[in-house]
Structures are given as structure tokens and as C-alpha cells.
Design a protein. Structure first.
Length: 287
């Protein structure tokens, strides 16, 4: 009744083009002013301007200013700015630069106010960034009905069946995420490996014989590594696959009986495929 798990390979053509000529922007201009401005007032103004930006370059520039600028007011503004600017969405290298700068300022800055501001900022960021996520997060897409014939409730039950089997597979597997789905950077920071599952009803037929009927269904489930809300599935040889299974339910011929038969068939096949094929596949990749 069930066919095996099949690895898929997606060939991708990469086109390399000529990069457009570089041009100055507001971030670049303010960084240049912060680094080379001759007066404290000018550098302070640049630091404040950069503090309102989310660009990683601004974070790095302020981190550098925190440990290099000769004026305490500029350094303190940099420390205060980093506390608000650095988040889980900040690039890994920029985030590390900011934390290192704050740690250095906390330890050795000659100005007491700067040291205090750096210490407070470092404590806030370390607590905010220290959160660990689940070992594995499985993002389960809303199931689809390619046949356009399956009862809506049956399609919903397919999603519930898949989710239940993944959740049941391991206490380290999460199928729900508090708040918005995580970005790739958040997954990396939290040490979480992520996958995406897409299930679909691909065939549904009914055969009636007198007062009895047989409802036959086929379900296909696709699974792949997932790069976060800002990424995509990663189509990599031996790391992406589909499982297809079929089943049947014996029922009566009333509309209600046929709908229930479709629901039972689709949910049972989805549950079996997830338990026998999808979960073991994820388990192998997650090791």
C-alpha cells in the first residue's frame, strides 16, 4: 500500500553577472563622519544618526567607536545605541563585534558612565540572545488538495495527523513556534535544525457497489531542510525527499458516510507515511 521514500535532486543553474558600481549611501556617509570627524560634536551627531539604523554596518561602526573614540560622550552613545540595535536579526559577525566591544568597555573604559552603560547593555543583550530553541523545529505547511474533491475537514485532518506524529516522535521536536516563524539567523543562534513538511492529497476516488462503497486515496508528503522564514527549502541531494502512500476505506454510500470515509483514509495514510518514512528521514538528517 505504501511506496518507499525517494530522494530528489534539483539542479540549479547559477548565473554570474557583473556587479553594479558601488555608490555611497546614508550609512556609509555617517560611518565616514564617525570615523574621521574632527570635532566631538560632529562625531556625536553621526553616532546618533547611526543608532537609528538597523544596518549591520552601523552596528559594527558603533562597536568600533565604543572602543576607539577618544570622547566619552561618543562612546556612551555608542554603548546605549548597541543595546537597542542588536537583535536576533543582526548578522552574526556584527553581533559578535558589538558584544566584544561592550565587554571590553565594561572592563577597561576609563569613564565610569561609559563602563556602566556598557555593562548594562551587555547584560541585556546576553540575556536576550542566550535563549535556546528546540533541537529540531518542523514547519508544517497547510496541506493541499490537488484533487479539488476532498472534504475540507479531511484535508485539515491530514495536517493534524502529520503534526501529531512529528510531535510524538521526540520531545526534542517542535512543530509550533511562539510568535512569528523564525528567521535563518534566529535558528542558527538558537542552535535549532529546521525542516519543512508539505502534505497533499493527490488522488481520491469512490467506487460504489449497491449500499457499500470503497473510498481510495493517495497522499504525498514532501520534506526538506528549511532555511527559516527568510529562506527556503534546501534542495540538496539525499536531503530532500517525498513519500507517497495509498489506502482505502470501506463505507456506506450516503454523502456523510463518503465524507467520513475520505477523512479516515486520508488521515490514516498521512499518519502512516509520517511515522514510517518522514520522521525517520528527519531523524537521520538531524543527527
Amino acid at each position: 500500500m505504501r511506496r518507499g521514500f525517494v530522494a530528489l535532486v534539483l539542479a540549479t543553474a547559477i548565473v554570474v553577472g557583473q556587479a553594479p558600481p558601488a555608490r555611497a549611501d546614508a550609512v556609509t556617509d555617517q560611518i565616514a563622519t564617525l570615523e574621521s570627524g574632527k570635532s566631538q560634536k560632529v562625531r556625536l551627531s553621526a553616532a546618533i544618526a547611526l543608532s537609528k539604523m538597523t544596518d549591520d554596518r552601523a552596528v559594527i561602526a558603533l562597536a568600533d567607536a565604543l572602543v576607539e573614540d577618544k570622547d566619552a560622550a561618543v562612546r556612551r552613545v555608542a554603548a546605549l545605541a548597541l543595546k537597542k540595535m542588536v537583535t536576533s536579526s543582526t548578522g552574526k559577525s556584527a553581533r559578535k563585534r558589538a558584544l566584544d566591544a561592550l565587554a571590553q568597555a565594561k572592563k577597561s573604559d576609563k569613564d565610569k558612565k561609559v563602563k556602566k552603560s556598557a555593562a548594562e547593555a551587555l547584560a541585556v543583550l546576553e540575556e536576550a540572545l542566550a535563549t535556546r530553541g528546540p533541537a529540531v523545529f518542523v514547519n508544517i505547511d497547510a496541506p493541499l488538495d490537488h484533487t479539488k474533491q476532498a472534504p475540507a475537514k479531511a484535508v485539515q485532518e491530514l495536517g493534524k495527523a502529520v503534526k501529531a506524529q512529528v510531535r510524538r516522535a521526540s520531545k526534542d521536536y517542535a512543530v509550533d513556534w511562539q510568535g512569528a516563524l523564525p528567521t535563518g539567523d534566529e535558528l542558527q543562534r538558537m542552535g535549532t535544525k529546521a525542516f519543512i513538511i508539505s502534505a497533499a492529497v493527490v488522488a481520491l476516488t469512490t467506487k460504489k457497489t449497491g449500499k457499500k462503497a470503497v473510498v481510495s486515496c493517495t497522499v504525498k508528503i514532501r520534506v526538506a531542510p528549511w532555511g527559516g522564514a527568510d529562506g527556503n527549502e534546501k534542495w540538496v541531494d539525499a536531503q530532500t525527499g517525498t513519500a507517497t502512500g495509498s489506502g482505502e476505506a470501506h463505507t456506506g454510500v450516503s454523502d456523510k458516510a463518503l465524507a467520513n470515509g475520505a477523512l479516515d483514509c486520508i488521515a490514516a495514510v498521512g499518519e502512516q507515511l509520517t511515522d514510517d518514512e518522514v520522521v525517520p528521514f528527519i531523524r537521520r538528517l538531524a543527527k
